[in-house]
Design a protein around this ligand. Structure first.
Ligand code: NAD
Length: 349
């Protein structure tokens, strides 16, 4: 039996990856390591917590002694590393939290893997999950490819870029077997409602304003989270050692157009007159260092591993809206308490 460590498995993307690995690979023993920060929520994976091939471990990847002890005890064969501070706005107010978890935490995991594998890398793999934001901003034309130079602009993307460099450096310097992926914006069930789509779904339900940054012309590529989990599964099992793959939805949207589409779907679902939710849109002061456009060329993973998204954006968005409407308790639980006061502070001026 292979022992696989997934970090950040109580978070948004991690929960979908944990569910997929636990259900698809009964021959693996899956360990989910998560510090349960404000973004971690065991409700996200409540449906698989009793599976015999699943173990949850609460712990902080910044704590090197704890990480070394865990690796020594469990002797993992593979690591899928998703734990991170992930919200750009929070990185602007508290960059050090991002340095600690995203940079130091990643290096702690690399060191622990290197120590237990002792140069015997047969059947071993360290998979680092990263973002397209490391590439910086695009003008109106062009796409990020795997060879685009790094040019991060926010403390979040700078910390992810740094962690990517460390992963590659451990590959070059110590021969550590790794794969790395840079993915565009994800959306779907279990997404914490500080991020655009779930935030706006929640605000529309509650008739609260929809704060759109700047002129709303920012462009992002969007991918349904379950399609990302499938891509991660493929890359973990079939990706080339010491290689990088971009993952994206072939699906670019200007923020304002996305918000209008979401408003329309929500009006239909809530039985409101079309146009009602659009009236909640308010333009707010832009975030500093805001990248104009991200767009990803995902043709390498498509050609080499045969991956492509399984749903269109309209289908994925409808599934997402349905999930939030059917899981109001989940939404209420995560929007009460600490998150509510963060939200008030963030949008109070
Ligand atoms: P998330 O914020 O929803 O979840 C992060 C998880 O990591 C949480 O469960 C949290 O408790 C845990 N965590 C945070 N700090 C930790 C620490 N010090 N020790 C242990 N656990 C800790 O994030 P997400 O959106 O699911 O993103 C997962 C990964 O995918 C991140 O590495 C992120 O950079 C990357 N990514 C995200 C997106 C996106 O659109 N969300 C796109 C591309 C890449």
């Amino acid at each position: 039996m292979k022992k696989i460590l997934i970090t950040g498995g109580a978070g948004f993307i991690g929960s979908h990856v944990v569910r997929r690995f636990v259900t698809q690979y009964p021959e693996y023993q899956i360990f989910n390591l998560d510090a349960l920060t404000y973004a971690g929520n065991l409700e996200n994976i409540a449906d698989i917590e009793k599976e015999v091939n699943y173990t949850f471990v609460k712990g902080d990847i910044v704590d090197a002694a704890f990480i070394n002890e865990l690796f020594e005890k469990e002797q993992f064969d593979g690591v899928l590393h998703l734990a991170a501070e992930s919200h750009v706005d929070r990185s602007i107010t508290d960059p050090m939290a991002f340095v600690k978890t995203n940079v130091i935490g990643t290096v702690n995991l690399l060191n622990a893997a290197k120590t237990i594998w002792k140069g015997n890398f047969e059947g071993k793999r360290f998979y680092h999950i990263s973002t397209d934001e490391v590439y910086g901003s695009l003008g109106a034309e062009g796409l990020f490819t795997e060879t685009t130079a790094y040019d991060p602009n926010s403390p979040y993307s700078a910390s992810k870029a740094s962690s990517d460099h460390f992963v590659r450096a451990y590959g070059e310097t110590y021969g550590l077997p790794y794969v790395l992926t840079n993915c565009s914006n994800n959306y779907g069930p279990n997404h914490f409602p500080e991020k655009l789509i779930p935030l706006f779904i929640n605000n529309i339900i509650n008739n609260k304003s929809l704060p759109v940054y700047g002129d709303g012309k920012y462009t992002r590529d969007w991918l349904f989270v379950e399609d990302h989990a499938v891509a991660i599964d493929l890359v973990f099992h079939e990706g080339k050692n010491h290689d990088t793959y971009n993952i994206g939805g072939f699906n670019e949207w200007q923020n304002i157009d996305l918000v209008k589409l979401l408003c329309k779907i929500m009006d239909e679902k809530l039985g409101r007159a079309i146009g009602t939710s659009e009236q909640l849109i308010t333009y707010v002061k832009d975030r500093p260092g805001h990248d104009l456009r991200y767009a990803i060329d995902a043709s390498k993973i498509n050609k080499e591993l045969g991956w492509k998204p399984s749903v269109t954006f309209e289908q994925g968005l409808e599934k997402t809206v349905n999930w939030y409407l059917e899981n109001q308790t989940w939404l209420d639980n995560v929007t009460s308490g600490a998150y509510a006061s963060y939200y008030e502070k963030q949008y109070s001026n």
